[in-house]
Design a protein around this ligand. Structure first.
Ligand SMILES: *Cc1c(COP(=O)(O)O)cnc(C)c1O
Length: 225
């Protein structure tokens, strides 16, 4: 086994009893790295740049489930709508509208998560909790038949302060439960809570995550070019 395969196998063994789904975040890593992961059974990969995703989608087998995890620009939505499985970080109504429009063109209903902004950094994208509650009430959203709101996603503050990270995850889980109860009580589509990365996935799982996005712990450090 290669080191990627060893890392992946041990994380999967750790996740198994929790039922939490693994998105292997392969951004900035070459196709060979994805193939190694694929060869030990990983089928779900997360990317955050459209052009890079396009190349990898073309090079990898058809049964890969592609997740878009980064900030998605409205003008790039059309490139990924034919095949994307889940868009994690929908952060504006405008983006949701564009996904709906482009998905209609290819006859698909696209699974989306709404990104919640809880981290302390001002650079992070996402809806504030109060904005999210307003969005839920927005009649326009109910008329979008080509997007399926499947849950929430967040990124915690990049810090060593575990208690801060934990409180942010907890806040998002509470918001998730509230939205689920108020708007999706009898709709099983709303069932995903994407939170946790290499450094904080253990805390995220303790706080109720159902999907973790792990990159460097599997593939090693990214080399930004
Ligand atoms: C890059 C990235 C990850 C993975 O980060 P690691 O620290 O390498 O696990 C997870 N989520 C998002 C949104 C990312 O952009």
């Amino acid at each position: 086994m290669t080191s990627i395969q060893k890392n992946l196998t041990s994380i999967l063994a750790e996740l198994k009893p929790t039922g939490v789904k693994l998105v292997a975040v392969s951004k900035y890593h070459p196709i060979e790295a994805l193939k190694e992961a694929y060869d030990v059974g990983q089928r779900c990969f997360g990317e955050s740049h459209v052009q890079e995703l396009e190349q990898k989608h073309a090079a990898m087998p058809d049964d890969v489930e592609w997740h878009f995890i980064g900030h998605l620009q409205t003008n790039k939505v059309k490139y990924i709508t034919p095949y994307i499985s889940l868009i994690h970080a929908v952060d504006t109504l405008k983006l949701l509208r564009e996904i709906d429009k482009q998905a209609a063109k290819v006859g698909r209903v696209i699974n989306c998560l709404l990104q919640v902004h809880v981290a302390k950094e001002t650079t992070k994208f996402g809806f504030l909790p109060e904005e999210l509650m307003l969005l839920m009430k927005n009649e326009e959203c109910k008329d979008m038949h080509h997007v399926r709101i499947c849950g929430l996603m967040c990124m915690a503050t990049n810090t060593d302060n575990c208690e801060l990270i934990r409180s942010e995850f907890r806040q998002v889980k509470q918001l998730y439960d509230e939205i689920k109860a108020q708007y999706f009580a009898d709709n099983n589509d709303f069932s995903k809570l994407s939170m946790g990365m290499s450094e904080d996935y253990n805390i995220a799982i303790e706080e109720g995550s159902s999907m973790v996005r792990i990159g460097s712990m599997i593939f090693g450090e990214r080399v930004y070019t």
